[in-house]
Ligand binder design. Structure first.
Ligand code: SAM
Length: 585
């Protein structure tokens, strides 16, 4: 682990270039850590929905040395992920991109040299390109001499050399991660990623054919951006062993681009319901660099040996996530949303804003997850796998995965699930109904958070649900259920209101809850407004069963659990914790 002086327990981390594909994924991964984070880019960076520490977002032209000096002044760690907005494609014609790729790093070294006496040299993590090594017959493993074959690769190499020279001089502690072909959903609806895979997905979503420039077989190592962000987190955690070096990362697999494009066409077709668009071989544009015709695969063994990092998303799965997100955004961008009466719970519009609404209303997913882990460990110290039932968009799952080493989710709403899967690729999230699911395996812990269990329709259904929890637990397994209010502490007629500004949007949420027999209902009205999109209104009606404390306890005992009720924890109504005696059914 990276260590910092006692007086500064939370390091100041600055991400330069936080709005691009890699920058936004790294920013989101860092925001889940208890750090003080500053995200800086020329464009506006979306504030990550899940954040465990302080997050500050700044817009700045980083080619301006004064602005650069300002934003890095107090940094303990820097991520240098700036990329010319034209990307690698126009580097051949555009010498101006040197100013971004090399110039910003050159200025950064100068700035850090001038603050040298201020403390230990900051750590600088840099994104290089695996293609810097040039055309190779074998996989790039970081040991081959560099023979950059394009202007872009020469710039990347020049920047990396500046970084290493400054490391030798003691100005900073540099690490370069050389990346292969990275893909993932466009970082924001209005910020297209210029990479080859998302360009092809966008074309296929528009029904256009996919142009393949290569006549022969060109193999590429295709790495999902979530795996890239995880590699940067591993580099941060193992910095001492990596400083002063360049490390090649990749999936270790080569994909023939023709096959990859066919796979793009087929995956898009699965989402749109249309026939797959054709992949057509075409003549490449003039001045295409030779490296565009060269195969490049990667052997990341050296990095893996030090950090333990492994890519989690095979291409077919990463592609499915990417297409799902881009398809949903494309549909949302064109759809007229009618004002609806009593709509389905957790539908598209509510799911879209779920994370920002609850995070800004003060729900602390990090703290809640930690508390659950402590309660579980007190009863089962070796618990190492967890299932989050009704996991929603995975707000807790991201923390449970870290706290327990293995976490999976189950969720009924396809819309909530899609957002969760987008955010947490690599964490299995299954679609299913908690009253009747069967995942064919057992866990050490099953949790059901944020009153989700009260969405079932009767006491009998609740008892059935708790039996499903038992059936998914190992002997001695722990269940934690975060209930809805009991009949005697539910406030009939309760109204709550919030106006939230997570980003360029303003969101008003007004709810009214009332009692109907042994049920409570809640109507929630949302108005979402932005300068460009105007204001729109939608509403959802939620139904929660009002179970008494005894009803929960009886259901747990009948399913084979010991029962404890812990008052005043989590968001309000307390928590039931049970330990399974013997085997679940
Ligand atoms: C209040 S949200 C909680 C989500 C998440 N656990 C959290 O804490 O943010 C309730 C969730 O329960 C899910 N849900 C409702 N009925 C369900 C069922 N029968 N099976 C599985 N999930 C269900 C909803 O779709 C929704 O995502």
């Amino acid at each position: 682990m990276l260590r910092f002086p006692e007086s500064k327990p939370e390091p100041k981390i600055v991400v330069l270039g936080s709005s691009g594909l890699i920058g936004s994924a790294v920013t989101a991964a860092l925001a889940r850590r208890p750090v003080r984070l500053r995200a800086v880019a020329r464009r506006r960076t979306a504030i990550p929905a899940v954040r465990a520490g302080e997050v500050e977002v700044r817009s700045a032209d980083l080619t301006d040395p004064e602005r650069l000096r300002e934003v890095v002044a107090d940094a303990d760690v820097l991520f240098h992920l700036v990329k010319d907005s034209a990307g690698w494609r126009t580097a051949e014609e555009d010498p101006g991109c040197e100013r971004v790729t090399v110039g910003v790093l050159r200025n950064l070294v100068e700035v850090l040299r001038s603050r040298r006496s201020a403390g230990p040299p900051p750590l600088v993590l840099h994104s290089g390109a695996a293609s810097q090594a040039g055309v190779l017959d074998e996989p790039a493993d970081g040991s081959q001499p560099d023979r950059p074959g394009s202007v872009y690769d020469r710039h990347k190499l020049a920047a990396e050399r500046l970084l290493m020279a400054a490391t030798a001089e003691g100005v900073l502690r540099g690490i370069s991660l050389r990346l292969p072909t990275v893909y993932g959903p466009d970082p924001a609806p209005d910020v297209p990623d210029l990479g080859v895979i998302s360009t092809m997905i966008r074309r296929a979503l528009n029904g256009a054919e996919l142009p393949l420039w290569h006549s022969g077989i060109v193999r590429r190592d295709l790495l999902h951006v979530a795996d890239v962000a995880a590699a940067f987190m591993s580099a941060l955690d193992h910095a001492d062993a990596l400083v002063g070096g360049h490390w090649v990362i990749g999936s270790g697999q080569g994909w023939d681009l023709a096959d990859a494009f066919e796979r793009v066409a087929a995956t898009v077709a699965e989402h749109t319901g249309s026939d797959p668009v054709p992949v057509r071989r075409v003549l490449p544009p003039a001045h295409t660099p030779i490296t565009d015709f060269a195969s490049l695969t990667v052997d990341p063994a050296a990095f893996r040996t030090i950090t333990g990092w492994e890519p989690r998303l095979p291409f077919a799965e990463g592609l499915r996530h990417t297409v799902a997100v881009m398809h949903r955004r494309a549909v949302a961008g064109t759809k007229k949303v009618p004002v609806a009466e009593g709509k389905q719970m957790y539908g598209t519009e509510a799911s879209e804003i779920y994370d920002v609404v609850y995070t800004l209303r003060g729900k602390d997913y990090a703290a809640e997850s930690k508390q659950i882990a402590e309660l579980v460990r007190a009863r089962n110290p070796r618990a190492s796998s967890l299932l989050d039932v009704a996991c929603g968009t995975g707000g807790h799952l991201v923390y449970f995965d870290e706290l327990f080493g293995e976490a999976e989710g189950l969720e009924l709403s396809g819309e909530m699930l899609e957002i969760g899967r987008e955010r947490l690729p690599g964490i299995p999230m299954h679609q299913g109904d908690m009253r009747e699911f069967d995942l064919g395996r057992r866990f050490d812990v099953v949790v059901c958070m944020f009153a989700s269990i009260s969405h079932v329709g009767s006491e009998e259904e609740m008892a059935r649900t708790v039996r499903r929890f038992a059936a998914h637990l190992n002997p001695g397994g722990v269940v934690a259920i975060d209930p809805w209010w009991f009949p005697d502490n539910f406030i009939d007629g309760y109204v709550s209101s919030d106006v939230l500004t997570p980003d360029e949007r303003t969101i008003a949420r007004i709810s009214h809850a009332w009692r109907e027999g042994d049920q409570s209902k809640m109507d929630v009205h949302y108005v979402v407004a932005s300068a460009e999109g105007g204001a729109r209104h939608f509403q959802e009606r939620y139904q929660y069963q009002l179970f008494s404390r005894e009803q929960y306890e009886n259901a747990l005992r009948a399913a084979g659990f010991t029962v404890e009720y812990i008052e005043g924890v989590q968001y309000g109504p307390g928590l039931f914790v049970g330990v399974l005696q013997g085997e679940g059914e």
